[in-house]
Design a protein around this ligand. Structure first.
Ligand SMILES: [Zn+2]
Ligand SMILES: [Zn+2]
Ligand SMILES: [Zn+2]
Length: 155
């Protein structure tokens, strides 16, 4: 693991870290952005913009368009508050908004759960290999499909 104080946040501490990070980026933590983050963090697996729009609509008692949720998710990804799980076409709240990593996701084909790993040695190796091929990697996407420990118990 990296030498810095790597911290995974949860619940209130995650909301606080996300708000601080966004504000450090010069962006406002609006009520709408707060509810989108709340909904995103409430999912126990990667959620699509539609899933999140559903959850926010329910929480606010008014129809919220997936398009506006999508724009906020885009902002969150850019600010390191959320990560896109490419192979699931969905998003997760980033538990470490205060530090940057090439997050690795293990996605269960059975239950859809995504386990989030940070291993800079692995992602660094991918970056190095890309550099060796004369390719400048802006964002390695490392996702592993398979079966999670919970789904694997009765095999
Ligand atoms: Zn870290
Ligand atoms: Zn990570
Ligand atoms: Zn599973």
């Amino acid at each position: 693991m990296p030498a810095h104080d790597h911290q995974l946040h949860e619940g209130e501490s995650l909301r606080e870290a996300a708000r601080e990070r966004l504000q450090d980026k010069g962006e406002q933590w609006t009520e709408m952005r707060a509810s989108v983050f709340e909904a995103l963090a409430g999912f126990d697996r990667p959620a699509s913009a539609y899933d999140i729009a559903e959850a926010v609509s329910k929480a606010q008692g008014r129809r919220v368009a997936a398009n506006s949720v999508y724009r906020i998710l885009d902002l969150f990804v850019g600010a390191n508050l959320a990560r896109r799980v490419e192979s699931a076409n969905a998003y997760v709240a980033n538990q470490h908004p205060d530090c940057l990593h090439d997050c690795i996701f293990l996605i269960c084909d059975n239950c859809g759960q995504a386990v989030h790993l940070d291993d800079d040695k692995v992602s660094g190796g991918v970056r190095d290999a890309a550099a060796g091929a004369g390719f400048s990697a802006s964002r390695p996407v490392i996702e592993v499909r398979g079966t999670c420990g919970e789904c694997d118990t009765d095999s």
